[in-house]
Design a protein around this ligand. Sequence first.
Ligand code: SF4
Ligand code: SF4
Length: 270
Amino acid sequence: MTLANLRLQITRKAKQLGADLVGFAPVSRWEELNEVPAPFYPQHIFPFTRTVIVLAVPVFIPMVDTTPSVVYAELYNTTNRILDEMAYKLAQFINGKGHRSVYFPRDAYGDISALIDKPEAAFSHVLAAKYAGLGTIGFSHALLTKEYGPRVRLVSVFTDAELSPDPMPEKELCIHCELCSKCCPTDSLLSSQKPVADMDKHNCSIYHQQLKQRFCYPCGVCIKVCPIGNDRKLYGQPTQKYLKEKKDLGKEVNSNDYPDWTHIRNFGSL
Ligand code: SF4
Ligand code: SF4
């Protein structure tokens, strides 16, 4: 089988397994763009790797709108489970075609407390997705896609097959509205002229630990409020409501302006 044919089959299989977006990144991009230290390169993590295949599934705006809630927490867990299962099955499929393949699990940390002392992951799915042409990195540090803005979850499959790469977008998708920074409940995204915010990861992790104890982890506000993404056309764009939410709910947690979101928050979590 030619590599072009294998690429087609991998794309078709990934879609059959439920991937919404699929992108191919050659390992050379980690070296050329040199944005992380060499031990974080896929070719250092699994030395046979020549291509990283990134799979993405969306999270639905009306569910993430309810965050912090058990409804968004369950959505987050479901997407992680789907991604890990898809990645496992895709790696198995590629192995069956005679090429070495493994995957890097979705949330590769044992507990949020591990991120408080060590906030970096061993491998960044966000960076892999950028190199695989799925989108660009926004001010919030999340991957922004034209289809779903930052409301995508990602997983990566490594293979020794040298598959032709997807082009990386030339234009940044982030419009620097800073809604993510203004709405962040912990002020962890520090306003600046930089393309990507200075982020207080420790602060963000401490908040996540509290949410985990309340059964409504993760936060997700910075992905909920982002105006980028065609999914806004489907569900609407209540950005003014987002801007007011932090202030209004600070005064009255059951404000009548947010009856749907606050109802869900009042049940199933603490
Ligand atoms: S996840 Fe929440 S706390 Fe962390 S940066 Fe985003 S909005 Fe702020
Ligand atoms: S909310 Fe605005 S500033 Fe933040 S990532 Fe989205 S477009 Fe960029």
